[in-house]
Design a protein around this ligand. Sequence first.
Ligand SMILES: [Mn+2]
Length: 350
Amino acid sequence: MVQTGNASVQPCLLPFACSRCVDSGYPARLRCRAMAQSRRKFHLPHPQPVDALEYARFTGVSTFMRLPHITQPEELEIALVGVPFDGGTTYRPGPRFGPRHVRAQSAIIRPWNPALNVNPFCKYRVADFGDLSVNPLSIEDTFCRIEKGIALLLQVGARCVCVGGDHSISLPILRAVAKKHGPVSLIQFDAHNDLWDEYFGSKYSHGTPFRRAFEEGILVDGRVLQVGLRGQVYGEEDFDFARAHKVRMVTAEEFHEKGLAAVQPHLRVFLDKPVYVTLDIDAVDPAYAPGTGTPQVGGLTSIQILTLVRALRGLNIVGCDLVEVSPPYDTGEITSLLAANLLFELLCVL
Ligand SMILES: [Mn+2]
């Protein structure tokens, strides 16, 4: 039962809060404004998370943030998309189980963000689009499937927030995004730059997506920012490619020393153009996010990564992903829980 101060207002008992009870029964700050604002026509009611005061958080079929599962792209402004592929991992596997566990942990998310004063579920039509179909035996075929799946959503004007999966999935997503928007700026939170050329002769892995994206003209010199870089590399020459393409790098050490001030001057450069955001959970220290494939010590804390994501507000974000959550290596589901919260914060800056 939603407390509104008006005893006659009773939310209906549909498993999803329908537009009628959202409009009439929710506190003013949670009321839907997006339907009037959007220029597109929708047929389904405005999607809302299941009301935890009607159906306890641990009940029901698991979806991202207890939103309805809507598979019609044309009904959505923002699609939460699972991409359960980890055929690009080089060390510890497991991110194929990422979407499922992030869904489970996201049951605790409440709709209002007091830090940013926003309810993303009212602002936009957001739903769980489900998982894209992947081919666990072929990275090339999986890339085709991802690009096609994302393109279908972009075509009707929806933005995609993808949950991996390993970091290789960002390449086919970016391919689809670039076909719609042209070359994009990239903000990457990551312990590694993922700009390696190849691994065991393969051009496609979770260590190579952004080098391929540069080669394919999806990314542009000077318009890539990487935050949280740290750990050992094979040699100093591992940064040659990044330097040649004027990649903006804020190492974890630099961030620990200077905080947000180390990042903000770079963000200002990105204000005018379409930006894609990719968040590798290994940007966060394994003490906070142990469930990942290639953990590096000395990383960000939970509050630091939350603060960094919140700092993206105001940018023209055309899509984003959250990758490399590996539930088999998680402890007490803390990595999936952090990922679920970061997913919500990403929605709040769109
Ligand atoms: Mn990565």
